[in-house]
Ligand binder design. Sequence first.
Ligand SMILES: [Zn+2]
Ligand SMILES: [Zn+2]
Length: 143
Amino acid sequence: MERTASCHCGKLVLTCTGDPAKVSLCHCFDCQRRTGSLFSVAAFFPRERVALPVAGAMAFKRPSASGRDVSFHFCPDCGSSLWWEPERLPHLIGVAAGAFADRDFPMPEQAVWAEQRHAWLDLPLPEHLRNPVKTAPATDRPT
Ligand SMILES: [Zn+2]
Ligand SMILES: [Zn+2]
């Protein structure tokens, strides 16, 4: 199965093959500020299954709670974040799940950073107060 994700204006397009390795929802304040929404949903795909735009994106890099940087790639024309690359997990690419504009996209299997969740949100997902992976040994789990 092939899926296409694009930014708001359509300048940046990427294609993913197969199902995501993991879909995770994040309530953290950084994701709230990045998206302008109250949470973000990341679909993590193995790098070799993602065809990224060859040019045109800009990147913003910041440290994550794990202490390793994450680079967020966004469209300079419309400002949408389309994908991100966690240095800690170089084999995975996180794609903004909303950028697929697909109601049937697989639902997240977990929510992280629930301690920063807006109080009224009540989602049918197992949640973690922070991100459980930062204390786990290096595995293929996402940031
Ligand atoms: Zn755009
Ligand atoms: Zn977050």
